[in-house]
Write a protein that binds this ligand. Structure first.
Ligand code: B12
Ligand code: SF4
Length: 390
């Protein structure tokens, strides 16, 4: 998100180049960033061509904003022609314990590591603004601040700045922090001496590709979001495609499998940023409890968490998918009330979940007299043997 701009009347070149770098890096460290490096605010044509190819192949799924902004996204200068330097910052959010441990507990939910603490957008954005604001005030340089949602390719920029390299799972891998860096970028019209880029250290390893539960990598370094659990549980609206539901397991918000198995994590350590510390009640929350959250309770339980942005309906859809995958008949009681939910996607997810836990005669007894939504009616038909159950 572009959150801060000052006039493009730069006096920055008057300052000694080394001093600017040191001042910014020290400020970044003081504000809790673990990496801060500099690179020219342009990306090679090859990066743009790869973006085009991903979009042409439909790998962006329903994230139409990726395609709509592709022309600006391919290089920072397409978005802001005066930009000369990208200051790329990384914040380590490495987990203190095995982030995949809750996957083995069928009655519990798994939230991705980044969703177990405060929303990183709030934490990172405010601090980027502080760094950029002070730098602009000292030098007269123009600045713009970005975290995640702006049309900027943060991972290729971070690789070019030398924070790490884009691994086969497509995320940035750092020799110091493994897969666990949040990225943020400050663009400026000041020319600052660049750092050297990082090179690829994946070698022949394919651990991230092989562990993916939904087979989302058509090739190394290429992710098809249509099959990625992170996309399906966070970005996707409406029913989750039937053939992918089983692979989701008990993941109710995001997925970390490909990140967590990276061998470079062995050099990583737990993040030191207190505000991003994991909430203990989100390490493996009870599925029955989560299924019982109404709108108000959902907002309170997930206040300040990125999960809140998902909204209650999509979150309950995810919880019901996890219940359907649990194999725990006793969880049927938590799913049953959602057969009458006001949201059709939630009703459909409840039908699917219950059909995986209950025998056909019990399922038939639960069928409502009428179902106006065609999608939910279809779920009922399949659940009662009128179509292939998965
Ligand atoms: C869209 C998006 C998603 C989508 C699509 C992911 C994707 N890989 O594109 C979804 C919803 C699936 C997603 C999921 C996640 N995301 Co996300 N996401 C983004 C976002 C907003 C844009 C990424 C983008 O431009 N994608 C378009 C594709 C085409 O670009 P690309 O991934 O860089 O693809 C490159 C490769 O395919 C490469 N390539 C293609 N062929 C080849 C061949 C070779 C040989 C090579 C070397 C390269 C190569 O070229 C392409 C261009 O560089 C960024 C923030 C930002 N503005 O950058 C965050 C971001 C990438 N996400 C982030 C995170 C943390 C996640 C999750 C871990 C969250 C979670 N736990 O669930 C997962 C990880 C899933 C995964 N394996 O990628 C972080 C990653 C931090 C890091 N260390 O890299 C970012 C940077 C946000 C941030 N500010 O910190 N995300
Ligand atoms: S985040 Fe999960 S589903 Fe997505 S590519 Fe990685 S392992 Fe596969």
């Amino acid at each position: 998100m572009s959150t801060s701009t000052s006039e493009p009347r730069s006096r920055a070149p008057r300052l000694a180049a080394g001093r600017i770098r040191t001042e910014i890096a020290e400020e970044a460290r003081r504000l809790g960033f673990d990496a801060c490096r500099f690179t020219p605010a342009r990306l090679p044509d090859e990066t743009g061509r790869r973006l085009d190819r991903a979009i042409a192949d439909g790998h962006h799924a329903t994230m139409a904003w990726l395609a709509a902004t592709a022309a600006r996204r391919r290089s920072p200068r397409r978005m802001w022609p005066q930009a000369r330097t990208a200051i790329v910052l990384g914040m380590n959010y490495g987990p203190a314990s095995d982030p995949l441990a809750s996957l083995r507990r069928a009655d519990r939910a798994t939230l991705s590591v980044y969703a177990r603490g405060r929303d990183y957008h709030d934490v990172v954005k405010g601090r980027l603004k502080q760094i950029a604001g002070r730098f602009a005030a000292r030098t007269g340089a123009a600045v713009k601040v970005f975290v995640d949602t702006a049309p900027l390719m943060e991972k290729p920029l971070a690789e070019q700045a030398g924070l790490g390299w884009q691994g086969k799972h497509t995320n940035l891998v750092s020799r110091q922090f493994g897969s666990w860096l949040f990225l943020g970028v400050i663009l400026t019209d000041a020319a600052i001496e660049p750092d050297a880029p990082e090179t690829d250290h994946c070698g022949s390893c394919r651990a991230c590709l092989d562990i993916c539960p939904t087979d989302a990598f058509p090739a190394p370094y290429r992710l098809d979001a249509r099959r990625c659990i992170s996309y399906l549980t966070i970005e996707h609206h409406g029913p989750i495609p039937r053939e992918l539901r089983a692979g989701i397991g008990n993941r109710v918000f995001g997925c970390d499998d490909c990140l967590a198995v990276c061998p470079w994590n062995k050099y990583a350590r737990a993040g030191r940023e207190a505000k991003l510390a994991a909430r203990s009640d989100l390490a493996a929350p009870d599925l029955a409890f989560l299924a019982g959250l109404d709108e108000a309770a959902f907002r309170v339980f997930f206040s300040a968490s990125p999960v809140k942005r998902l909204g209650r309906d999509r979150f309950i859809r995810n919880v019901l998918t996890a219940i359907g995958n649990s194999g725990r008949r006793e969880l049927a009681a938590a799913a049953r009330p959602h057969l009458a939910d006001s949201d059709a996607t939630v009703r459909g997810a409840a039908v699917w979940a219950l059909s995986r836990l209950l025998p056909a005669d019990e399922m038939a007894a639960l069928r409502p007299a009428g179902e106006a939504d065609a999608g939910v009616a279809g779920e009922w038909r399949r659940a009662l043997g009128g179509g292939p159950a998965q």
